[in-house]
Design a binder for this molecule. Sequence first.
Ligand code: SF4
Length: 260
Amino acid sequence: MSRPEEAHLVEIFWSAQGEGLFVGASTVFIRFGGCDLRCSWCDSPETWRVGSECRIETEAGSQAFASLPNPVSLNAIVESIDALKPQDGSFVSLTGGEPLLQPAMALAVASASQERGLRTHLETHGLAVDALDTVLPAVDLVAMDWKLTTEVRPSADSPLKMTDFEGRHRAFLSQAASQTEVCVKVVLTPKTADEELNRVFRAINEIAPETPLILQPVTPTGGVKKPVAPARLMDILRLSEARVKNVRLIPQTHKMYGAL
Ligand code: SF4
């Protein structure tokens, strides 16, 4: 286990946000190592386990990287953010892996980022309800996944149970929406069923009806070999807009410019 002033990271880099509500926004990404889920479409399986080194982009957009041994100190993380020269009001994304597996350091990095005039964006699987409390005071936007269990399972060593996902997502959304801005993201695959989506719509309407819902068509990778048919995507958008107030269909964009 890392001490509270150190984090196990995969990488720190600058790019445009590739997903969700602030797609296209200039962002420094802090990618935490370790994840307790196994999503069949995961595009970053190298984050599932903590590695011995973290790669750090040395100049924004250069794709030139130095490396530091894990765990990385808070000072080194802050220096790495500063070296990427983020503009005032741009974003720092706490992503992974799952950043809420290291909540004390996620809070420390988020707090230091806010002190620098940056906005903090927590990208999470939306299941770590207890850890969320720790980090929320320094988070400006929570982008929580709503995992549909047709394509997601816990890792072999995780205490998470698929039968608990919906209850945890509900509690997570309630907690996040009571304290900060939040959006929900659902990854759509060819297996996504209307009944699964109906349960998400119901939860949003019961808990925080103004919450933006981002429908993200899967980018085929890992165990998902095919995209969702365009006609099916349009059907899902029509179904969704009839059930929730604020819905957008947004594919991943970062694949276009070579980011992870
Ligand atoms: S939660 Fe994220 S990092 Fe973890 S398996 Fe799913 S997509 Fe990959």
